[in-house]
Write a protein that binds this ligand. Sequence first.
Ligand code: ADP
Length: 448
Amino acid sequence: MLIANRGEIAVRIIYALKELGIESVAVYSEADENSLHVMLANYAIRIGPPASKSSYLNMKNIISAAEISGADAIHPGYGFLAENPEFAEMCRDHNITFIGPPPEAIRAMGDKIEAKRIMKKAGVPVVPGSDDPISSLEEGLNIAKEIGFPIIIKAAAGGGGRGMRLVRDESEFTNAFLSASNEALNAFGDARVYIEKYLEKPRHIEIQLLGDMHGNMVYLGERECSIQRRHQKIIEEALSPALSEEKRRWLGEVAVKGAKAIGYYSAGTMEFLMDKDGNIYFIEMNTRIQVEHPVSEMITGIDIVKEMILIAMGEKLRYKQEDIKFNGHSIEARITAEDPERNFTPTAGKIDFVHKPGGPGIRVDSHIYSGYSIPPYYDSLIAKLIVWDKDRISAISRLKRALEEFVIRGEGIKTTIPLHLKIIEDERFKKGDIHTGFIESILKLDNI
Ligand code: ADP
C-alpha cells in the first residue's frame, strides 16, 4: 500500500500496515528526504520538489509511484488529496484501491451546500441558513436580514476556515461578502458562498463513523473539539462532557442515518455545533481519517486506520453498535511549531533534541526526532500528545504532567506547549465549561 501523505499521519498509517503485515510504500518531496515515514516504510519514492502542488498534490506522480512500486492500494491520510474526488476516481481507473469512501460521497460532501441539503432531506437537523449559493450581494443581504444578524458567510468548497466571515450587522455585509467569495475563489477555485445563522459560543461536537460496503455502520461516540483558534481545532476530547447518554445515542443514530443516505462507507466524521440551549445542528461531513481520531481509538479500543483498510478490502464490519463500549476519557493536544507570542508564526529549522513523554496512558503520534529539520513548506503540526485516563479530571492532570515533560529544543523552534498548559489549567476548562470562542475570550490572547 502506498501512503500519499507525510508527517505524523504517514507514520501512523505505516504502523497500521506493519501490524497488518502489509508492505508500505512512502512517497516524499525533496524537502522530506530525512523524514521518519521515509525511514519506516518498506519502500520510498521521491515524487517531486518541496512545493505541495508538485509533490503531495501531484496526482500523476503519485499514481505512477504506485504503479512502479506495485502498490495496489493508496491511503491518502488527511489534507492533500484525501478529499479530492478526482484522485479517488483516478485510483479507481487505475485499479488501485482508494482507502476511503466512494468518490461520489466525497464529491457530495465536498460541496457544503449540497451536503446540508442532503442531510436536511435525510432528517438531520442543519444550521439555519441559505439553501443555495448566494448569487448576488442584494440577495445575500436579504437572506441575511431574514435569518437575522449575526450571520456567518461560508465557502461552499470550504475547509481550514478559509472563505469564512462573521458578520455582526448589516453595515459589515458588503465587505464580508466580497472578501469571502474572493478568498474562496483563490483558495478553492470556487467563489460560491452561503449564509448560516451565527451561533454564539457554540460547542463543536462531532461523531466518528465507521461503515462497510455491505450497509453496516456504527458510531464510535463523539469528540468535543471546542478548543479552537481561528476556527481550527487545538484540543479534542472523547467523550464530550456536554452530552447525556440519551443525547449521545440520539446524535449517533442521526449521524448514521445521514451517512447511510449517501451510501457512505469507510471512516468518516459528521460535524455538528451545539448552541447554549443544547440544540444540535449539522455543519459538514469530513470523508476521511481526521487528525483527532486517536481520542476515539483510546476510549473504544478500535484501531480506526486498520478498520478503514479492512473495509476497503471489502471486509464486513467486525462490530455491531452494541459491541461499542466507551471506556474512560481521552484528550489530544495538537502541538504545532508556532510561536504563540508572535501571532503564531510558524517556526522551522533543526530540532536538536526531543524528549517525548511516556508512562501510563500516554500516546504520542509524531514524526519528529532529535536531529530532524522541520521544513517550512507544510503544516506546522509536529506532534499529537494523546492521553487516556479513567475520567476527565484524571486525564487533564495526566496531560499536564505529559506536557511538562515534553521537550522539543532547537534554535528558533517554538511550540504551542505553553499555550496548551495555559488552557488546561483554566478552571473553566477543568469544569468542561467551554465553547469555540474559549481561547479568544478566556485567555485574552492578542491577534488570535
Ligand atoms: P471548515 O471546513 O472551514 O473548517 P466548518 O464548517 O467545519 O469550516 O466550521 C469550522 C468552525 O467554524 C466550527 O467548528 C465553528 O467553530 C465555526 N463555525 C462554523 N459555522 C458556524 C456557525 N454557523 N456559527 C458559529 N460558528 C460556526
